[in-house]
Design a protein around this ligand. Structure first.
Ligand SMILES: Cc1ncc(COP(=O)(O)O)c(C=O)c1O
Length: 438
């Protein structure tokens, strides 16, 4: 593989740098559902980039919008000034959100969305005069990015242990019950686990809990659809105890679950909903936090004279004009081509492929799926639970298919436009590589 640019200076994120630099995987092009590597091989992108690019890569609509925007307004200070596309995109996003979520605060990533939503929740309660409401409840196996707030509420131990704790948090149990293995779609058992919130209320007092943050469907821990009734129960308990409910929809937002949002797919509306990734189809970094009118209006009504800030928060690149142009074009494609509906239609086919081809394979201890998201869990190789997924993903890369390996799982996230032969190639290659690894 061609690496005459030098490998040592770039400290790669979430990558085994030492292994990578011995055996680099360099991607040089992308089109539709395919990547090209630096040897000129076509590689099937089985993960929509990084859950980002459901519309397929190099969509001409987005390319055109981005090029035009760079030439017209390449930057606009987002503090104290605005540009038309920021308002257009916020209006568009609000129109696609569940009823009641009407106000869009722009960020540049999922991690920034997580920390923004936590700050928004705390500030809301401060403005309401409930100054003790500062604690957050996350969930085991939850992933909310890598900034300090997100790490604190997150529940994947490997992401936490070197960094210490900075927030008062606690964590609900995860919902991967042994009786739910090999569930198709939402597992039947587990709604009772939401009830644990009552224990935290008893332990800490509802007057100290600002918000619960969960992914409606866990993604990074390896596709954990919510058990039937779980999110509804969580919503009821949050209402009962006046605790805000935040959905981190960085993966589920904009189509992945066969509906516009996870909230729509699972029929539960949060107070705050975080998005990123699919918002611009991954083309330009962008995220957003969408708040209820109650939250937004509380800031607007209690901030003092109107020349003062209502929320002392924001990023230099919030609502970047080029990201806004990409977002507007990407959401138009998503809506015009009815891609969430396509995902809903094709999801049963993907589900059948996953369960029929993978359930009986060596090392596979679980298969899970929802919409266009699927994962398997693999038995540990001796005392090395992370090794086999890595080896399997490398074997698949050799065969020209990219999947994500994370923890003891392999994760697949087909593009919303992926056709059946490509879905078959994705799952078929995984199946073959499992046999070969045995
Ligand atoms: C649910 C969730 N929240 C937050 C993030 C962090 O997003 P980013 O990597 O854009 O900061 C991710 C990324 O995978 C995610 O899946």
């Amino acid at each position: 593989m061609k690496t005459d640019f030098g490998l040592s200076a770039y400290w790669m994120p979430y990558t085994g740098n030492r292994q990578f630099k011995q055996d680099p995987r360099i991607i040089t092009g992308a089109d539709g559902v395919w990547f090209t590597d630096s040897d000129g091989r076509k590689v099937l992108d089985g993960h929509s980039g990084l859950w980002t690019s459901g519309l397929g890569h190099a969509r001409p609509e987005i390319t055109k919008a981005v090029s035009e925007q760079v030439a017209t307004l390449d930057f606009c200070p987002p503090f104290q000034f605005g540009h038309p596309k920021a308002f257009e995109l916020a209006t568009k996003i609000a129109s696609l959100m569940p009823e009641g979520l009407n106000h869009v605060f722009f960020t540049n990533s999922g991690s920034e969305s997580a920390d923004t939503s936590l700050k928004m929740a705390r500030a809301y309660w401060q403005l309401k005069g409930e100054t003790k409401k500062t604690r957050f409840i996350g969930r085991q196996k939850g992933y909310h990015g890598v900034n300090f707030g997100g790490v604190a509420v997150g529940g994947i131990p490997a992401n936490k242990h070197l960094f210490g704790e900075v927030l008062e948090t606690d964590h609900l149990s995860h919902t991967m019950l042994p009786e739910n293995v090999f569930s198709r779609g939402m597992p039947e058992t587990g709604a009772h686990l939401a009830q644990e919130l009552e224990r935290f209320v008893e332990l800490y007092g509802a007057e100290t809990i600002a918000a619960v943050i969960v992914e409606p469907m866990g993604g990074s821990a390896g596709v954990l659809p919510p058990p039937t009734g779980y999110l509804k129960r969580l919503r009821e308990l949050c209402d009962k105890h006046r605790i805000l409910l935040i959905f981190d929809e960085v993966i589920t937002g904009f189509g992945r679950c066969g509906a516009m949002t996870g909230s729509d797919a699972f029929g539960v509306v949060p107070d705050i909903l975080n998005v990123a990734k699919q918002l611009t189809n991954g083309v330009i970094p962008m995220g957003a936090v969408i708040a209820s009118s109650e939250i937004h209006n509380t800031f607007m009504e209690t901030a003092g004279p109107d020349y003062l800030l209502e929320f002392a928060h924001g990023y230099t690149y919030s609502a970047h004009p080029v990201a806004c142009a990409a977002g507007l074009a990407a959401l138009d494609v998503l809506v015009d081509e009815q891609l969430p509906q396509r995902v809903a239609q094709e999801a049963p086919y993907f589900e059948d492929l996953l369960h029929e081809q993978l359930s009986e394979k060596p090392f596979v201890t679980d298969v899970r799926n929802y919409g266009f998201a699927g994962a398997i869990t693999l038995e540990a190789a001796g005392d090395e639970p992370l090794k086999r997924p890595f080896e399997l993903a490398m074997a698949m890369w050799e065969q020209g298919v990219l999947v994500r390996y994370g923890g003891d799982t392999i994760q697949m996230a087909p593009h919303f436009v992926m056709q059946r032969p490509e879905l078959e190639r994705l799952v078929g290659t995984l199946s073959d590589c499992l046999d070969r690894l045995a």
